[in-house]
Design a protein around this ligand. Sequence first.
Ligand SMILES: [Mg+2]
Length: 340
Amino acid sequence: MKLTYRRQRVHPKHRFATSQWAVDEKVTLIVRLDHEGVVGLGEVVPSTLYGQTLESSEAALTSIAGLLGDDPFEIEPIVQRLLAAHNDQRAAIDGVDAALHDWCGKKLGVPVWRMLGLGRPRKRTTFTIGVAEPELIRVKVDEALAAGFDALKIKVGTADDEQTLTYIRERFDGPLFLDANQAWTPADAADHVLALARFRPTLIEQPLRAGDWRHMAELRRLGVAPIFADESCERPADVLRLHGCVDGVNIKFTKCGGIREALRMIALARALDMQIMLGCFVCSSLAIAPALTLASLVDYADLDGALLLAADPFEGITRDGGVISLADRSGLGVWPRGGD
Ligand SMILES: [Mg+2]
C-alpha cells in the first residue's frame, strides 16, 4: 500500500465564525492510497480545538504510511494500530480510515454504505449560520431559505443572539438548532438558555466549556430543549462519561478518527438511549462523504461543511432542498470535480 498526501485550500463563501473562532480559508489534506491499481481517497480536516495542526497531521501521515501493512481490507486492525500509535492525531487517522473504506468499496465495486450493510445515505442537513454582523447574518439567512434549506443551525453566544433569532423566527418556522460553542459559564448559562426558549430551539449544543459537562445536567432539567455535547465529546469513552449529563452527542470524524470509531460511538449512544448528530468542519465533500455514509444510523445531520464553500473541489453529493444524498457509485461516492 502506498500512502501519499497533498494540501488542499478551500474558502467559505462568507467568513465562517463561531463565538470562539473564525475561518476565511481552510487548508485540508487529501490522502491518496494506491494499491493493486485502485485508488482510495480521504480528507484530513485538522482542528486546533483538538490539538491537530496541518503540520502535526502531516507528521502523523508520514509515520502512518509505514504502519499500514499490505492488505487494505484489514481496516479494523489497521485503524487499531493507528489509534495506538497516534491517539492524539485523529484527524489524520480519519483521512486514512476514509481512504481505506473508499479503496475497499472501489475494489469490490460497491458503495461503502452497502459494504457496511447500512441504509441509503440520504439525510436532511441543517445549514449553519455563523457568527457575523447582524446585517451579514440577515443576508446569510435569506440566502439559505431561498436555497431551500429547511433546518437551520445558528451559532449563538454573542450579545446579538436575540436580535438574530427574532429576525429568523419572523421568516422561518422550521427546526432551529442553537450552538453556543462553549460560550457560557455555569453561573450565566441557565439565564441564557431560558431566554432562548421563546425561539423554540430543536436542541441546544455545547452551552458550557468542554470540561463543564457535569453542569450540563442542570441545563437539561430546565426542559427548554435537548442539550447536546460537541466539544465535550470527542471519542467513544466520552459518550459514556456524558451519559446522564446530556441528551445527545455531536459526533465528528475529525474528533473521533473516522468511520470505525464513529460506529463505536453510535453503538454506545444508542445503547445508552442518547440522541446522535453527525457534524463536520469547513471542508470539501470528500470529508462529508464518510459521515453521510453513516447518516441512516443517526437522528440529525449537520453536514454542511462543503455547502458553505465558494467552490467544492469534489462532487458526488447532491442536494434537494435541505436533503443531501451520496452518488450511487462504488467507494465513498465522491470524486475530484471534473475527474472520475
Ligand atoms: Mg458544535
